[in-house]
Write a protein that binds this ligand. Structure first.
Ligand SMILES: C[S@@+](CC[C@H](N)C(=O)[O-])C[C@H]1O[C@@H](n2cnc3c(N)ncnc32)[C@H](O)[C@@H]1O
Length: 275
């Protein structure tokens, strides 16, 4: 079988970090999550993944994914016939982990990532891939045509790569076209953005974060009536996510919390309820 390539030097390359994190995690004796598809995808992609070996950020991306999975599961418990939209899906496999057999699911990414994704994840009657930039307003029509019921938008490790005015436009578009929806997104402080060249994983790729958010509570001010339902860091994961982790990870998190590293404490995972 021919191996697939991802062009280095693009924002698309960043999808390989969480993908590899999930693959590495799956091989552990006591993993935080299991993702056999990620292992298959890593084997099928022609890329020097070993350059990420041993980086603390691999575990960080896995913990972040555990929280986004938790939010998606909670949403689907409340809205079993709802729609989950992955903005900047990369080669994410959340559908494989949390699907309930009833919901609709949309994965969206830039055209070249969407083409790669399509090779591994065919559309079904409940799952649809949209090839577009999240900054191109037309994606909202494609999502509305396919989706049903309540909406959860997951933008995991995507929006910080945009400019703030683009993030605002994405947020405003979701608020306007999908009232009452939830948006899960991560935010990096100005310090985290300013020091990203020294970040263990980002320093190995050329893509750079551009949007800095000093305080996630500001997100609720972007639309009247919006509410920040949750905001966590990797050291303050909610009980159900934290308690499900293997004991060694809980110990690592305790140690990390004591160190109060700005790179950890100023990177937030947020759930926003739109009016
Ligand atoms: C760090 S990866 C995260 C991938 C996925 N969310 C995950 O957690 O595995 C960032 C993703 O955002 C996508 N992305 C970046 N800019 C985008 C844009 N303007 N529109 C859509 N996707 C974008 C990239 O192609 C990449 O797949």
């Amino acid at each position: 079988m021919s191996r697939h390539t991802v062009r280095p030097g693009t924002v698309q390359e960043t999808l390989l970090i969480p993908l590899y994190g999930r693959a590495v995690e799956t091989r552990k004796d006591q993993p935080a999550l299991r993702d056999p598809r990620a292992e298959e995808l890593v084997a099928a992609i022609d890329y020097d993944f070993a350059r990420f070996d041993g980086l603390p950020s691999l575990l960080g991306s896995v913990l972040r994914t555990c929280l986004f999975d938790h939010w998606a599961r909670t949403f689907l418990e409340e809205h079993p016939d709802g729609t989950v939209v992955e903005l900047g899906a990369g080669l994410n496999t959340r559908f494989e982990r949390v699907d309930n057999g009833r919901a609709r699911w949309v994965d969206l990414d830039l055209p070249d990532v969407a083409a790669l994704r399509r090779e591994f994840f065919p559309d079904t009657d409940r799952r649809h891939l949209v090839a577009a930039s999240v900054t191109d307003r037309t994606w909202a029509g494609a999502v509305a045509d396919f989706g049903q019921g309540a909406y959860l938008f997951c933008a995991e490790a995507v929006l910080p790569y945009l400019d703030e005015h683009e993030v605002r436009a994405v947020h405003d578009l979701i608020a306007e076209r999908f009232p009452g929806s939830r948006l899960a997104l991560d935010t990096a402080s100005p310090h985290v953005v300013a020091t990203q060249d020294t970040h263990d994983a980002l320093s190995k790729v050329t893509a750079r974060m551009r949007w800095a958010c000093p305080d996630p509570r500001q997100l609720a001010d972007w639309t009247a009536g919006a509410e920040l339902l949750a905001s966590h860091t990797l050291t303050t994961l909610p009980g159900p996510v934290h308690d499900a982790l293997p004991a060694p990870y809980r110990a690592t998190i305790r140690e990390l919390a004591q160190q109060r590293l700005p790179g950890v404490e100023e990177y937030s995972l947020n759930l926003l309820q739109l009016p």
